[in-house]
Design a protein around this ligand. Structure first.
Ligand code: HEM
Ligand code: HEM
Length: 137
């Protein structure tokens, strides 16, 4: 069970990074792709890729939450309770709610929710890094 516990931990981390891609993918578009001519092949392919990442953002997040649930169940049954894990999981669940609020209630219009949503993403990077560096303690 040790291995599957760590495996799910790494799967959550991968799902989280996929969710987070939203930001750098748009940044790269603004900085390097938007200036290319409309008929450029590279631009067309990049826009398709960006649309995939952005429109599936919430599903990456929801799927990651399922992996998180599995990780927590395995760790609580076979390993130990983790404070850094709890902080990471708490921030992730909170951000799931903030993102859902922004998407379904605010209809994706940026306002204060998006600032908090991005900040929580940074907090999550810190919390997950701490959790991994402490080997899940
Ligand atoms: C966003 C939330 C979380 C992420 C991304 C995450 C990620 C990870 C990763 C990548 C590992 C493997 C570390 C390694 O192999 O060195 C791990 C281990 C572990 N995690 Fe989490 N975790 C999260 C939440 C939690 C929570 C909420 C708990 C407990 C309540 C927890 C308990 C543990 C334990 C006990 C280990 C050590 C497993 C072992 O060595 O057997 N984690 N986690
Ligand atoms: C742990 C989970 C999540 C993380 C770490 C996360 C992270 C982020 C980040 C970093 C951005 C900024 C992108 C930008 O600046 O354009 C963003 C934007 C956004 N997120 Fe999330 N998010 C999560 C979950 C969700 C969920 C569950 C939803 C909806 C149900 C959601 C909806 C949105 C929306 C609507 C935007 C605004 C811009 C856009 O449409 O791309 N997020 N998210």
């Amino acid at each position: 069970m040790h291995d599957s516990g760590s495996l799910f931990g790494w799967l959550i981390t991968a799902g989280f990074l996929l969710t987070l891609l939203n930001y750098p993918v748009k940044l790269v578009y603004r900085k390097f792709v938007a200036s290319r001519p409309r008929e450029s092949k590279f631009r067309r392919i990049y826009v398709k890729f960006q649309r995939f990442i952005v429109s599936n953002h919430r599903f990456f997040a929801f799927f990651t939450a399922l992996l998180l649930l599995t990780h927590v169940i395995i760790q609580m049954l076979y390993r130990w309770f983790s404070w850094t894990g709890l902080i990471a999981a708490g921030s992730m669940v909170a951000n799931l709610l903030i993102g859902s609020y922004g998407h379904y209630i605010k209809k994706r219009r940026p306002s204060a929710w998006l600032v908090v949503h991005r900040a929580a993403g940074l907090l999550l990077i810190a919390a997950i890094t701490a959790h991994v560096l402490k080997g899940g303690r």
